[in-house]
Design a protein around this ligand. Sequence first.
Ligand SMILES: [Zn+2]
Length: 53
Amino acid sequence: MTPFGCRWCGIEKSNHGRRWKRSKGMHGWEQPTQAQIKARMIARRNARTEVTP
Ligand SMILES: [Zn+2]
């Protein structure tokens, strides 16, 4: 998941278009909150750390 993916579904802006999400309904890409970006970056860093020996 990209840190800058849609705040509702996590899909990146370039291939988002209009999508359906049960909790949100039909929506266009929306910028994630700073907290979401930060959380995703940390999650990605942690995932990468686990792979490294
Ligand atoms: Zn979305």
